[in-house]
Write a protein that binds this ligand. Structure first.
Ligand code: IVH
Length: 665
């Protein structure tokens, strides 16, 4: 076989396996075999650059060489759909269609996917262009990024038209969304509010290799072209499925209004079990001929309508804004609302986040506001219905200047959105919040103690800070709030047992602003004991890996406060582990000092997490993505093709488990 034949064969096989895996969910080969074929193809393509092909499966791994996006005119404008939240308007739509057509017709019911829309152009079975909606007339050419989405075919199979466009929605599945936000949280980056924002943000990234790592998905729902195979929308999409596209399995052709409402009510609850976000259903007249007869208004087709699920958003009155004080003094404004039904629960309060959001909404007391749940857990205010404002405009909401709990003047650090109450040691919610944080599972993990018990102890003056817990006796607390002798003893035992909690968790328990679990671990490894940490200056702290100026400043500020120093002193006297234990210290080396290491694949000797710990204990840094700064990759079986390609490009060493263990032993 010639090299060209081999390349062609590998490309065809990989396209087929990609389709089986991602579109049909029915892989025929193992991930390992897939990766090894991909590697073979990458090597051949490198060796024979003359056979370069923009539709090659190797395009899936993306690259970091993408330029700015160019704007492209849409051949057919990308119109939106008429939207409604009202079932009556669905009936009106149906009646209008019936009257205009004056003949039998079918309606295709579909899910309304909540992502970002895309228009794909295929020429001779090849994906040639992917363009965002933009302003409907022209959008951004994001072809390189879209090519990394595995559910979008680069090459088609079967009997497809020579030239056509297919439109659909690019989505970030809930699972990928949660994983992405967890990673961002760990890196203290701003979180995406919902999968839609995450998908559209990802699609606009300059680096398609990062897009490839974000695991986007896509559903296609609209075929356009001069030579479509069938006369019906539904039938055309079934054909598109046979060419390799991912088409929703939940489309349904119906013949009556009753069936439409059945579809709506079924999916209103059932959609919660889907892997991607949906925000309604779309109804389309199925026959293309009838669609043509019905035509378009300036903004949307007369042959389709979107029904948005009701409970996602509600309109209600803003009665007042109150302010909550968190354990680190962060002030969160909370909208107090007329109770309203939203996604099956009654919402009375919603977060307003910070002063900028309030200002941006131009909020006034008495305003009718939109509350949404979206992908978020806590409902939020997304807008104001300004038309509902009468002649008498309520008072403008102005962010408070003083702490609602202790009266201290609030501060706002430069470059930060939040206001803080600086009275760390005497502001009641901060004190209670700090004790609650101190006892939580990831910190001191004190059995039997919860926020309510802390509240009772605090209210009765039994504790004023975390150190007071260690002076409690069973006799002090038994009988309080129906607490029996046994429970009281359990709590005291739990408190005593917490004296064995290791240094890193005690550090986390102190609740120093910006010192989360990971940072606490880092610090615990860099200082022998709390004294050394308390006396460290900014420069020393900034020199520690992963500790930036913000964290360093926060640590210095914490230890500058005499009450914090006193608290630490008392905790030490109580017997807490505020130092690195000898046996823990012995496990640490600096064999990997200054090295940035990426872990990839599946391992046999240790789990991924154990390797992470081993890297850290030997002074190395485990990072999530490969960059020029990566020193080596600790690779197990099935290392992803994207990572492999990137490592190869950057010339980064790949080390297997045994080599790694030998290195640190
Ligand atoms: S059809 C001319 N079908 O909803 C009609 N759109 O405002 C073209 N969407 O921009 C759209 N799921 O991004 C259609 N099954 C579906 C859809 C859908 C989601 C999005 C699309 C469009 C918006 C409607």
């Amino acid at each position: 076989m010639t090299a060209k034949e081999k390349i062609d064969q590998l490309r065809a096989d990989l396209h087929r396996h990609n389709y089986n895996y991602y579109v049909l969910n029915a892989p025929e080969i193992s991930d390992k075999e897939f990766d090894s074929m991909m590697r073979d193809l990458q090597n051949l393509e490198k060796e024979y650059p003359e056979y370069q092909d923009n539709s090659s499966p190797t395009m899936r791994v993306g690259s970091d060489l993408n330029k700015n996006f160019t704007q492209v005119m849409h051949k057919y404008p990308m119109l939106s759909l008429g939207n409604t939240y009202s079932e009556n308007e669905v009936t009106d739509f149906y009646d209008r269609v019936k009257q205009s057509l004056n003949e039998d017709f079918e309606i295709c019911c579909e899910l309304k996917y909540d992502g970002t829309s895309i228009s794909l152009t295929y020429e001779n079975g090849k994906l040639v262009r992917a363009v965002t909606r933009g302003d409907g007339e022209k959008g951004d050419d994001v072809t390189d990024n879209v090519k990394t989405i595995r559910t979008i075919p680069l090459l088609l199979h079967g009997n497809y038209p020579k030239l056509f466009e297919i439109r659909g929605e690019i989505l970030m599945p809930w699972k990928s969304f949660e994983a992405l936000n967890n990673e961002r949280e760990a890196r203290e980056e701003t979180l995406f509010a919902n999968p839609r924002n995450a998908a559209s943000g990802t699609l606009k990234l300059q680096n398609s290799a990062v897009v490839a790592s974000r695991k986007l998905d896509a559903y296609l729902y609209y075929l356009l072209g001069e030579e479509l195979p069938c006369n019906g929308h539904y039938e055309n999409l079934q054909m598109a499925a046979s060419w390799g596209f991912k088409i929703s399995e939940h489309m349904k052709k119906v013949h009556s209004l009753e069936e439409i409402f059945e579809y709506i009510s079924f999916w209103d609850t059932e959609r919660k079990n889907l892997s991607v976000a949906t925000d309604g259903i779309v109804l389309k007249v199925n026959s293309l001929k009838q669609q043509k007869n019905l035509g378009f208004t300036a903004k949307s087709p007369r042959w389709a309508i979107a029904y948005k699920f009701q409970a996602e958003r509600a309109l209600t009155r803003l009665n007042k804004v109150t302010y909550q004080v968190g354990r680190t003094g962060t002030i969160t404004p909370v909208a107090n609302l007329d109770p309203v039904q939203l996604s099956g629960t009654v919402v009375k309060r919603a977060s307003l986040h910070n002063a900028d959001i309030i200002e941006g909404l131009d909020l006034h007391i008495g305003d009718m506001v939109y509350v949404e749940k979206g992908g978020e857990i806590i409902p939020k205010i997304t807008g104001v219905n300004k038309e509902a404002r009468g002649m008498l405009l309520g008072e403008k909401v102005k962010f408070i200047t003083h702490c609602p709990e202790c009266g201290s003047r609030l501060i706002r650090y430069e470059g930060e959105a939040a206001h803080y109450c600086p009275n760390e040691t005497a502001c009641p919610p901060q004190i209670k919040g700090k004790i609650e944080h101190f006892i939580c599972r990831k910190a001191m993990d004190i059995d039997g103690l919860g926020p309510e018990t802390v509240d009772t102890f605090y209210r009765l003056g039994l504790i004023k800070d975390a150190a007071d817990l260690y002076n409690l006796k069973a006799d002090d607390i038994k009988g309080l709030d129906r607490m029996g002798e046994k429970s009281a003893e359990n709590i005291i035992n739990g408190i005593t047992a917490s004296k064995e909690v290791p240094f890193e968790r005690v550090l986390f328990a102190l609740g120093i602003r910006f010192v989360g679990e990971t940072v606490a671990k880092r610090i615990a490894k860099s200082f022998i004991d709390i004294e050394e940490l308390a006396n460290a200056n900014l420069e020393v702290l900034i020199n520690i890996d992963e500790i930036g100026e913000k964290i360093a400043k926060s640590i210095v500020t914490y230890f500058c406060n005499p009450s914090n120093r006193k608290l630490v002193e008392r905790l030490k006297d109580a017997g807490l582990q505020l130092f690195q234990k000898e046996e823990d210290l012995n496990e640490y080396t600096d064999r990997l000092a200054g090295q940035s290491i990426v872990i990839s694949g599946v391992f046999t000797h240790h789990s991924r997490d154990e390797y992470k710990i081993l890297i850290e204990k030997n002074g190395g840094k485990n990072t999530g993505s490969i960059s020029a700064k990566t020193n080596f990759i600790l690779a197990g079986e099935n290392m992803g093709p994207a990572k492999l390609e990137k490592a190869r490009k950057l010339g980064i060493k790949i080390m297997n488990e045994d080599e790694f263990l030998a290195l640190i032993s």
